[in-house]
Design a protein around this ligand. Structure first.
Ligand code: SF4
Ligand code: SF4
Length: 173
């Protein structure tokens, strides 16, 4: 191939690529935008969004978690971000200090505290899959922000209680 025909072929390829690129850009410019300018606008398609895990309440009492404090989710979590804590049984003759220990604690049927460190979570879903009573789900909150990692440690037992109280107050209005 002569030098001239090689130059013509390269120019043709470059021009073709430019026209295709402009076509893609032009098409995207005419389509409706898929991003929003937060906080002026918020997205409304979060139904399948995975935020941090949270506890699911009982059907007859939404303020109380279905959780039976078995500790299976904490064991299944590859990132060690779940701590399920239950009252440590008091030995005979000892005073009850209210000490909490990791689940399963003998006799515990419900957690006293359920802590998730969202800053470590990989959203793998192993915890929800391991739960024998379907007590875990992903929240749809896409707007959790903080300057401090500690702000991503959530205590889910009290969170569930607060959510149930807010839902009750909202329903009473
Ligand atoms: S989603 Fe995965 S990483 Fe996150 S808490 Fe559950 S098991 Fe752990
Ligand atoms: S696996 Fe389910 S029932 Fe067991 S501690 Fe975790 S949330 Fe509770």
């Amino acid at each position: 191939m002569s030098q001239l025909s090689q130059l013509i072929e390269e120019a043709y390829t470059g021009l073709k690529s430019l026209v295709i690129g402009l076509g893609v850009t032009g098409k995207a410019l005419c389509e409706p935008g898929v991003t929003v300018i937060y906080p002026k606008e918020e997205v409304d398609n979060l139904a399948t969004f995975r935020g941090h895990v949270e506890l699911i309440g009982k059907d007859d009492d939404p303020a109380v978690a279905r959780c039976v404090a078995c500790g299976a989710c904490a064991k299944a979590c590859p990132s060690n971000c779940i701590s399920v804590l239950c009252p440590v049984p008091v030995k005979e003759g000892e005073a009850d200090t209210g000490k909490l220990g990791p689940a399963p604690q003998k006799g515990s049927k419900t957690p006293a505290q359920f802590i998730v460190d969202y800053s470590l979570c990989s959203l793998c879903g192993q915890c929800a899959r391991a739960c024998p009573v379907d007590s875990l789900r992903f929240c749809h909150d896409a707007y959790t922000v903080a300057f401090d990692r500690k702000a991503f440690q959530f205590e889910l037992v009290s969170r569930l209680r607060q959510q149930a109280e807010q839902a009750l107050e909202g329903g009473e209005e």
